[in-house]
Write a protein that binds this ligand. Structure first.
Ligand code: SF4
Length: 401
C-alpha cells in the first residue's frame, strides 16, 4: 500500500472525527502498491474480476506482503458487500460428545464410558434450546459426535421436536460427516438420509468436518472420517435437494500451502456446479487437549492471510466468515478489512473449540458485536441463516423475506 496521502487531516484537526470515519477515509485514499512483482498480475486480475488459478492462490499464500493481499481482498469484499457486515443471534446445541472417530484434531469427542462423556436426553436438548431463547435467537446450530448407539430416530425426533417448539428458528444441523455416519447406521443412502432430516425440520447444514481434503493430511488428523470426496459428494446431494450449506477448512496444523489451495479449488468447483454454499469459514486449529497439542497455535498473520486468500480465490462464495470464537474477536474485527464480511453470531454456549483451549468467551452480546463492527468502519447487519435482514423491536423479531 502507499504511505499517507497529503489530503488526510493532521491529527489535531481529525481528533473530533469518529475513528470508523477515519478508517473509511483511509481505505479510499490508499492505492495498491507492492514490491512483490509476483502480485502484479494478480492485481490485474482483481481489477477486472478475473478468476484466480491455483498458481495465483499459491502465490498469495507464499508472499510476505500481507497488506497487498489484504488490499486486494478488501477491494473484492467492498465490491460485493460495501460496508455491510453480517452477524446473527444463534445458539449452539451439541447433543452428544460421544464419538467413535477419535480424530487427532479433536478435544471434544469422548468414548462413551469415559469421564466427561455426555448425551442429552431429548427433553434436555429442548431445555437447552429454550434457555437461550430469551435472547430471541434466529438459529440453532446443532453438531455433535458420532454416537455408536443413538438411533437415527433420535436425531429426527430432536429436529421435529425443536421445530414444533420453536417454529420460527432455523435449524442448521449436522456436518457432512454426521450425515454420512447417520446414513450408515440407518442403512439408508445419503440422499434418503438428507431427505428424512429435511422432512424432520433441518433447514440447512453448517459445513463442518471438511478439515483439509488432501488424503495425506486427513490420514494424520482425522483418519476415521469420511474422505474429502465423500464430504464433497454429501454436500452436493444436500444442495441438490434444496438444503443450503456452509463450507469450512481447518488450517494451521500439518497441512501445507498446496493442501490449502487444493481444498479451496475443490470447493470452488463444486460451488460452480451447485451454487449451494452460502459461506466459507476458515477455522483456526486449536491444539490444546488434542493429540496434536505439540503443534503451535496459528498466528494472527496466518489467520488474516487465510481470510484474505479465501476471499480472493472463492469468487463464487457470497460470504467469507471470520469466526471470532476461533480467531479471537480482535483478529476477527481486523479481518473485516481483509476480506471478511461476516462475524458469525452471538454463539450462546460454544463447546467444541473451548474444549480445545479457546480462551474466547462462550458467547457475546449483540451490542458488543455491533460495537466491534462499527469500530472497524463497517455497518452491522443482523441476518438470519439465509442472510435475510432481521429487524428487532423491544417486543418482536422480523425477518425480511
Ligand atoms: S472431530 Fe468430530 S468426528 Fe472427529 S472425534 Fe471429534 S467429534 Fe468425533
Amino acid at each position: 500500500m502507499t504511505g499517507w496521502s497529503s489530503t488526510l487531516e493532521p491529527c489535531s484537526k481529525s481528533a473530533k472525527i469518529p475513528i470508523p470515519d477515519i478508517i473509511k477515509a483511509m481505505g479510499s485514499l490508499h492505492a495498491f502498491q507492492t514490491d512483490d512483482l509476483r502480485l502484479k498480475p494478480i492485481y490485474e486480475k482483481v481489477l477486472v474480476g478475473e478468476r484466480m488459478d491455483a498458481a495465483d492462490a499459491l502465490t498469495l499464500y507464499c508472499t510476505g506482503d500481507i497488506l497487498a493481499v489484504g488490499w486486494m481482498a478488501n477491494s473484492v469484499r467492498e465490491r460485493m458487500h460495501g460496508d455491510k457486515t453480517y452477524f446473527n443471534v444463534n445458539r449452539h446445541i451439541n447433543p452428544t460428545n460421544v464419538c467413535v472417530a477419535a480424530c487427532r484434531l479433536c478435544a471434544f469427542g469422548r468414548k462413551k464410558d469415559v469421564a466427561g462423556a455426555y448425551t442429552m436426553a431429548l427433553e434436555e436438548a429442548f431445555e437447552t434450546a429454550a434457555s437461550g431463547y430469551s435472547e430471541a435467537v434466529t438459529e440453532f446450530h446443532i453438531v455433535g459426535g458420532l454416537h455408536p448407539d443413538l438411533p437415527f430416530q433420535y436425531f429426527l425426533d430432536l429436529c421435529s421436536g425443536l421445530k414444533q417448539r420453536f417454529p420460527q428458528v432455523h435449524l442448521k444441523a449436522f456436518t457432512m460427516v454426521e450425515v454420512a455416519y447417520l446414513a450408515r447406521r440407518a442403512k439408508l443412502s445419503i440422499r434418503e438420509t438428507l431427505e428424512q432430516l429435511k422432512a424432520s425440520g433441518v433447514d440447512s447444514l453448517p459445513g463442518g468436518g471438511a478439515e483439509i481434503f488432501a488424503d495425506r493430511v486427513r490420514h494424520i488428523i482425522c483418519d476415521h472420517k469420511i474422505d474429502g470426496d465423500q464430504w464433497l459428494e454429501t454436500a452436493k446431494l444436500a444442495h441438490q435437494i434444496g438444503l443450503k450449506s456452509n463450507a469450512t477448512m481447518l488450517y494451521g496444523h500439518v497441512e501445507n500451502d498446496e493442501d490449502r489451495v487444493d481444498h479451496l479449488m475443490k470447493l470452488r468447483a463444486l460451488q460452480d456446479e451447485t451454487g449451494g454454499f452460502q459461506t466459507f469459514i476458515p477455522l483456526a486449529f486449536h491444539p490444546d487437549n488434542t493429540p496434536l497439542q505439540h503443534l503451535p497455535k496459528t498466528t494472527g498473520m496466518l489467520d488474516i492471510k487465510q481470510i484474505a486468500v479465501s476471499r480472493l480465490v472463492l469468487d463464487n462464495f457470497p460470504h467469507i466468515k471470520s469466526y471470532w470464537q476461533m480467531m479471537t474477536a480482535k483478529i476477527a474485527q481486523i479481518s473485516l478489512r481483509f476480506g471478511a464480511d461476516d462475524m458469525d453470531g452471538t454463539v450462546i454456549e460454544e463447546k467444541i473449540y473451548h474444549d480445545a483451549g479457546a480462551t474466547t468467551p462462550q458467547g457475546m452480546r449483540r451490542e458488543e458485536l455491533e460495537r466491534l463492527i462499527r469500530a472497524a468502519g463497517r455497518v452491522p447487519i443482523e441476518r438470519d441463516t439465509l442472510y435475510r435482514p432481521v429487524t428487532r423491536t423491544e417486543t418482536s423479531v422480523t425477518v425480511a423475506v
